[in-house]
Design a protein around this ligand. Structure first.
Ligand SMILES: Nc1ncnc2c1ncn2[C@@H]1O[C@H](COP(=O)(O)OP(=O)(O)OP(=O)(O)O)[C@@H](O)[C@H]1O
Ligand code: SF4
Ligand SMILES: [Mg+2]
Length: 344
């Protein structure tokens, strides 16, 4: 049972009350992020890297949704564009009823409080010249939270929450292990009491032996604080373990969305089938044939026509080159972007 324990405070005053648990918190509509490639003497746009293309989905408050896909499929760019750490090329990001892609920088600042990120690399994402207390204090300072003596108490409280000793707040990031550094990154993200977190492969830079500890910490905090989390990961087993639903991405587009267990047991998209066939199976009752995906992901500068997966799909037919498959619901809560219903 998820319990939301947000303390209302002065700085939340500019923001609407959050929806009830289980109601829609975030709507991503046809979100696009292209990176222009310039060339020639006039430095004109000659092509675009189509990193994220018309991605649409909703997140309910309190939900943990995983995002998987091979390297280069657009997971990080999507996460960052949702938070407007990257400016979208098109589409909408509606957070609690407000399209944040239209907000001025000033108004966006209030929303930044609600939407935080945990980065993949706790080595690169923490300023080596700042102490832990300064790193977490900076987040509080930006939003004018817990001023005066209360700030040290808040930092101590946050460190305790993530399993670090408050007396170490005067230390620098290099004095901590990788796992501890990621705990600092988590404390920094939680400092402003956000409703929504993008966790971008938060454990993949860590030793295998401590990955589970950090995943368990995130899971405990998510439950305690009623957080809504978009959890980007390579590891399908981790994602199935902690996520309610999973989004499968390929070449900047969503291929399939389904509840975690359903996606793992009953994949409906050929790309998901291939990804799962390559992952170790924790449940011996599931038997899978290993499917080798031939070739690399095509270039996002010039993606294949029709279905972007068709150049590697073992079920591709001539029609797949002509029509771009819509993401459509094939059973309650289970969506796929594939024109064929006679497979899988
Ligand atoms: N700043 C940028 N300029 C141009 N292209 C970019 C930029 N950032 C990302 N890309 C491209 O966008 C595509 C999606 O990249 P992204 O980092 O989102 O992939 P990913 O799914 O997160 O991969 P990984 O699993 O390796 O983290 C890639 O082709 C990448 O090269
Ligand atoms: S639309 Fe065609 S190419 Fe694309 S996944 Fe389905 S069968 Fe494969
Ligand atoms: Mg990434």
């Amino acid at each position: 049972m998820t319990v939301a324990t947000r303390t209302p405070d002065v700085a939340h005053k500019n923001l609407k009350a959050l929806p009830a648990m289980g109601e829609t918190l975030l709507e991503v509509n046809k979100l696009q992020k292209f990176f222009p490639i310039r060339g020639g003497l006039l430095s004109r746009v000659v092509a675009n890297v189509q990193a994220v293309d018309r991605v649409t989905f909703k997140l309910k408050r309190g939900e943990v949704v995983g995002v998987v896909g091979e390297s280069g499929s657009g997971k990080t760019v999507m996460g960052r564009t949702i938070l407007r750490l990257l400016e979208p090329t098109g589409g909408e990001v509606i957070f609690n009823g407000t399209d944040i892609t239209k907000l001025s920088k000033n108004d966006l600042r209030d929303y930044r409080r609600e939407m935080q990120v945990i980065f993949q690399d706790p080595f690169a994402s923490l300023n080596p010249r700042m102490t832990v207390s300064e790193i977490i204090g900076e987040a509080l300072q930006i939003h004018n939270l817990h001023p005066g003596k209360g700030r040290v108490d808040r930092i101590a409280e946050l460190l305790t929450k993530v399993g670090l000793r408050p007396e170490n707040m005067g230390r620098y990031p290099h004095e901590f292990s990788g796992g501890q550094r990621q705990r600092i990154g988590i404390a920094r993200a939680l400092a402003v009491d956000p409703a929504f977190i993008v966790a971008d492969e938060p454990t993949s830079a860590l030793d295998v032996s401590i990955q589970a500890q950090v995943v368990n910490l995130l899971q405990d905090l998510q439950e305690e604080l009623g957080l809504t989390v978009l959890f980007i990961a390579h590891d399908l087993a981790v994602v199935e373990y902690i996520c309610d639903r999973i989004i499968v991405m390929y070449l900047g587009k969503i291929m399939e969305i389904a509840p975690s267990r359903e996606l793992n047991r009953n994949p409906k998209h050929p790309y998901t089938e291939a990804l799962l066939s390559a992952a170790p199976i924790p449940d011996p009752s599931i038997k899978r044939q290993r499917i080798i995906l031939e070739g690399d992901i095509p270039s996002p500068i010039n993606p294949p026509s029709g279905c972007v997966f068709r150049t590697r799909c073992r079920y591709a037919i001539a029609e797949c080159a002509q029509v771009e498959p819509e993401l459509r619901e094939v059973s309650p809560g289970h969506f796929k972007a594939c024109i064929r219903d006679d497979i899988l």
